[in-house]
Design a protein around this ligand. Structure first.
Ligand code: SF4
Length: 318
């Protein structure tokens, strides 16, 4: 995950909750991709370090467990960069130009100059990130599936050019729920409409209080339409199904007002976030826990990646 700021509900439901489940049955490697952040943010690096620490704090608070998973920072592992260089030698440029996110991101971020090799070649760095740990699976959303395909293609090319060193990893498809922000658009840091894991209970309740609802519902007694209401979208993700059904019917009949409806949602979110806040308090009071976790993670990741790099150098004949 790239360090781009504090994590919000979209990150929690789209990745973190899934990771905490996966760590129960897989040996997981989770890292802050600070070099990847440079591929689009190379001109402003002032916040990368602070965001990196904050992100690890959010991960640990959300339940990622350093006793079960290896948690580290990409730039602490120079092996990733070495493998990136070696894989760059064998990857045809058209393979990179074909990746859908290459054009899409250039269009989305048209205020930045992305005509750099770093931006074109970042999927090779991703491939190095995965192959260096001999990963069996990569948990990604559907939009990242072509990157795993590229990783497999690069592994095949390396294995056939030199010696069979790399496993071809499989995509472990994660369903990423579309989360609506408080203004009704997709929840995103850049829209300033997100609910953050680091928000206080008071802030969460206040944000929901001001959240947009069915725009056609003007008075308390007017029947509403939950299908066009962003609050209802969040209920579908975070409330228990009996509550969701109740709101669906009572909104349409005008029996429930938006203030009460939002209170149910606030309560559900506070229940979800309470253990995250509690853990965050403990970690912050522990002084140095984040540093210790990434140090230990870099050590473990270094051992595994050193062993792969030895095989890689031998296979190439270096
Ligand atoms: S009652 Fe709930 S679902 Fe219906 S419009 Fe108000 S906030 Fe939306």
């Amino acid at each position: 995950m790239q360090p781009s700021g504090r994590l919000h509900l979209g990150n929690l439901s789209g990745a973190l909750l899934n990771w905490t489940k996966l760590q129960e049955s897989y040996e997981g490697y989770f890292f802050v991709a600070d070099w990847h952040a440079l591929s689009t943010n190379y001109s402003d690096t002032t916040k990368i370090k602070a965001f990196t620490r904050a992100m690890i704090l959010d991960w640990l608070s959300a339940g990622l467990d350093p006793n079960k998973s290896t948690i580290f920072i990409q730039s602490d592992l120079p092996n990733h960069a070495v493998l990136h260089v070696l894989l760059s030698m064998i990857t045809p440029i058209p393979w990179l130009e074909r990746i859908p996110t290459y054009k899409e991101k250039q269009e989305q971020l048209e205020d930045r100059d992305l005509s750099t090799y770093g931006f074109l070649g970042y999927p090779i760095l991703q491939s190095a990130d995965v192959l260096i740990y001999n990963a069996d699976f990569v948990p990604v959303g559907i939009d990242q599936a072509p990157h795993v395909e590229l990783t497999r293609a690069i592994a095949r090319r390396f294995n056939s050019l030199y010696k069979p060193v790399f496993k071809e990893p499989q995509t472990l498809l994660t369903e990423v729920p579309k989360l609506t922000g408080i203004d009704g658009r997709k929840m995103s840091k850049s829209y300033n409409n997100a609910i953050y894991l680091s928000d206080s209970e008071e802030t969460v309740r206040e944000k929901l209080r001001t959240m947009v609802t069915d725009p056609a519902r003007k008075r308390r007694k007017d029947p509403g339409n939950p299908d066009v209401c962003p609050v209802y979208d969040l209920h579908k993700v975070y409330s228990d199904s009996p509550i969701v059904d109740q709101i669906n019917s009572e909104c349409r009949s005008g029996e429930i007002g938006c203030i009460d409806c939002k209170k149910f949602l606030s309560d559900a979110l506070v229940r979800l976030l309470n253990p995250v806040w509690e853990k965050s308090r403990i970690i912050q009071a522990s002084h140095g826990m984040v540093e210790d976790v990434v140090k230990e993670g870099a050590k473990r990741a270094g051992e595994t990646s050193n062993s792969t790099m030895q095989k890689v150098q031998e296979a190439i004949g270096l």
